[in-house]
Design a protein around this ligand. Structure first.
Ligand SMILES: [Zn+2]
Length: 138
């Protein structure tokens, strides 16, 4: 399977930081200026597949680069990791685990075009749902 994070294409990929187990790259395409991806060098698809050294480096790089974003040009920064095996890989969806760092500002383009309606989805937690989820996860 073609994996753009295993076979790095030099012309499309800008590596900002090359660690022992993890690299930091510019997301391409990106959602906003400074959208970064932190990705393990080994091909894994879920966080649970990482070993302890990879977890430590992944989290440390995430913290380090979030601080770089906050100290240089953005007031906020989202950290996201998606696991969606039901979606096929394409130029916007790569199966190889990666953490998104997304610089954010008040009412930025992502908010105005996508997240402005997110508030309508939030629902007050019911007692039944609380009991159901508690029973599953505790
Ligand atoms: Zn890969």
């Amino acid at each position: 399977m073609d994996c753009p994070f295993c076979q790095i294409q030099q012309d499309k990929t800008t590596i900002l930081n090359n660690g022992n187990h993890v690299r930091v790259i510019l997301s391409n395409p990106r959602l906003m200026k400074g959208h970064l991806l932190i990705t393990p060098k080994r091909h894994v698809e879920k966080l649970s597949e990482l070993n302890q050294e990879e977890i430590t480096e992944l989290i440390n790089k995430t913290i380090e680069f979030q601080e770089k974003i906050l100290n240089t040009f953005a007031k906020g920064c989202d950290i996201r990791q998606n696991y969606r095996p039901f979606q096929k890989q394409n130029n916007l969806k790569v199966n190889h685990l990666h953490i998104h760092l997304q610089p954010r500002e008040l009412e930025d383009e992502l908010y105005k075009k996508c997240q402005i309606t997110e508030g309508k989805i939030f629902t007050v937690l019911t007692e039944d749902e609380k009991r159901e989820i508690f029973a599953l996860f505790s």
